[in-house]
Design a protein around this ligand. Structure first.
Ligand code: PEP
Ligand code: MN
Length: 352
């Protein structure tokens, strides 16, 4: 039997990394017992997850096993002493989950995005003393995410946690959902008392980049990870591409560099700021690559239409515009000039 784990205590003092694992969906008793038993043998896993009602983009997919699955969750949780949590989207879901003594609830990205649903849930949970984990809304809207916490807090809920699962974006590649790390970092800055869990499975959408994404989250001082796990990932009824077996989960955890906790030291601040710089640099590189692509396309059009590569008027106006804008942003004129001259030179070379 495992030692018991107190979720509320962890939320009050989230020093150790919290690992939440379990299948995307509870599919059948056998599937769930298999994976839950395996996961319960990993001491690092502290909470078992499983979707009972599945929000599907289109109808007729597997929409979840419903109430019966809660019985299985309760049963295996009692057997293994592993706390369990599930997603609730309506007051009825919440009522049923509470009936089976769920240890924590999570609110999915589609629900957080809807203030009406959030308010209904907050009303239904009025006076209930249960930890609630709130996923970020689908769109990169920090206010909506904060609003969800405010609604729950107004209902008297005091144990709240954020789950960062990335944001829908047509430019998300290689991720399924663009992590936009700066958004959870800003949430942390504004609400330092809300721990943040990184749901690498829904950020990645595929197995290949799970580990590097987990490491990145750890480098950014995440408080925990949520990872979807299934004994036969390819056969999973939902999110088959992103789930991993409990064995693979174990070897992934063993290979992660888990940093010392962030209690009261400059190290943590430095680490967070350096990681922000790394992220910004990565974005700069991606932007430069996109700019170069467009510049090459312009080069082709110029060639086909027999136009000169260097269009001095346009270049002069671009440069002075950027310098002006840079000044407004507090940037040094010489720096802006030097950067854009280098970019322009490369662009000309490419077009030639
Ligand atoms: C899930 O956790 O399985 C899920 C549906 O996640 P999200 O709300 O982040 O899409
Ligand atoms: Mn899922």
């Amino acid at each position: 039997m495992r030692d018991s784990f107190d979720i509320k205590k962890w939320i009050e003092n989230p020093d150790e990394l919290l690992l939440i694992a379990g299948p995307c969906s509870v599919e059948s008793k056998e599937q769930f017992f298999d994976v839950a038993t395996k996961l319960s043998e990993l001491q690092e896993v502290k909470i078992l997850r499983g979707g009972i009602w599945k929000p599907r983009t289109r109808p007729n997919g597997f929409e979840g096993i419903g109430e019966e699955g809660l019985k299985w969750m309760r049963e295996i949780s009692d057997e293994t002493n592993l706390p369990f949590m599930t997603e609730v989207a309506t007051p009825e879901h919440a009522e049923l989950a509470l009936k089976y003594g769920v240890d924590a609830l999570w609110i999915g990205a589609r629900t957080t995005a809807n203030p009406f649903s959030m308010q209904q849930l907050a009303d239904a949970l009025q006076g209930v003393d249960i930890p609630v984990f709130v996923k970020n809304p689908i769109a990169p809207d920090l206010k909506l995410w904060i609003g969800a916490f405010e609604r729950l807090a107004s209902s008297g809920l005091t144990h709240l946690v954020a789950i960062h699962r990335g944001f829908q974006d047509t430019n998300a590649a290689p991720y399924r959902n663009n992590p936009r790390w700066e958004i959870p970092i800003e949430l942390h800055r504004k609400n330092p008392n809300i721990p943040i869990i990184t749901d690498i499975s829904h950020i990645c959408g595929c197995r290949e980049i799970l580990k590097s994404t987990a490491q990145k989250a750890l480098d950014l001082a995440t408080n925990g990870l949520m990872i979807e796990s299934h004994c036969e990932p390819e056969m999973a009824l939902t999110d088959a591409d992103q789930q991993i077996t409990p064995d693979d989960l174990k070897s992934m955890i063993d290979n992660l560099v888990i940093h010392k906790t962030k209690s009261n030291n400059a190290d943590f601040l430095l680490q967070e700021l350096r990681s922000q710089i790394d992220n910004i640099d990565e974005e700069l590189l991606q932007l430069l690559a996109r700019r170069s692509d467009i510049s090459s396309k312009i080069g082709v059009i110029k060639k086909e239409n027999n136009l000169a590569v260097l269009q001095l008027d346009r270049w002069n106006s671009i440069l002075s515009n950027h310098i002006e804008k840079g000044k407004l942003l507090g940037l040094n004129e010489a720096l802006v000039k030097e950067i854009f001259e280098a970019i322009h030179k490369d662009s000309i070379d490419r077009q030639l």
